[in-house]
Design a protein around this ligand. Structure first.
Ligand code: CA
Length: 236
């Protein structure tokens, strides 16, 4: 059983979500405003396994709430509910720290499946990393800890979101070859449709801030002109 916080101001959607998630054996707390999620998670430090966050909310919108949570170091798995008519919301959602998204209107069965998959992915990331199958990755004095979702450099610790970690993992696994933005969208984001790829650039900017000595002159996360990005563990 998982504890899930659902932030959704439309009552009939919220009730439908609660009904279906409780039927799956989860415990659900509903909130109508993003401010309540911030209060519960950041100030009261309440424990939840997952956050479902609507974008269009009275008061602070979902992007702002996600951004504030991540800024404050709260890395709870986060599924964002976006508007189908606005594909740019998807990338904005990922940029603000969402781990997955579902466009509205959605089918409740699909939402429940996506939540289960995100919960599984979180557990799997932790379980997989604790086995020897995926040990910490070390390069150039930097340690990427896949279990703790963090990156350590010179005694500094950077907490990564699942999305940042997934992107970094993919680039590391494919080190030595350029990876296109389209490939990243498909393999890391699971986005098949034609989507703006600029959010990837935002992620790379963030990863460079953690990794590079001089983010303006990257040595590990290289831009390959006209292609995409390439990870180099040990620059020659
Ligand atoms: Ca709404």
């Amino acid at each position: 059983m998982s504890r899930i916080l659902v932030v959704e101001d439309e009552n009939h959607i919220a009730q439908g979500l609660r009904f279906n998630l409780e039927a799956e054996g989860h415990s659900v707390i509903l909130a109508e405003r993003g401010e309540e999620a911030l209060l519960r998670l950041l100030e009261e430090h309440q424990e939840f396994d997952l956050l479902v966050l609507d974008v269009m909310l009275p008061g602070k919108d979902g992007f702002t709430v996600a951004h504030e949570l991540r800024q404050a170091g709260q890395f709870i798995p986060l599924l964002m509910l976006t508007a189908r008519s606005r594909p740019e919301d998807v990338l904005k959602g990922f940029s603000s720290g969402a781990d997955d998204y579902l466009p509205k209107p959605f089918n409740l069965d699909i939402l429940v499946a996506r939540i289960s998959s995100l919960l599984r992915r979180t557990k799997w990331t932790q379980a997989e990393s604790s086995s020897s199958a995926e040990e910490n990755f070390r390069f150039d004095g930097i340690t990427v800890d896949f279990q703790k979702l963090e990156l350590r450099k010179n005694g500094q610790v950077f907490q990564l979101t699942l999305m940042e970690l997934d992107l970094l993992r993919y680039l590391i696994q494919n080190r030595g070859r350029p990876v296109s933005r389209k490939e990243i969208l498909e393999k890391v984001w699971n986005l098949k449709e034609e989507t703006d790829t600029r959010a990837i650039d935002n992620f790379i900017v963030r990863l460079r801030r953690y990794i590079e000595q001089d983010p303006a002159k990257p040595k590990h996360l290289l831009t390959v002109r006209g292609l995409g990005y390439q990870f180099v563990a040990e620059p020659g």
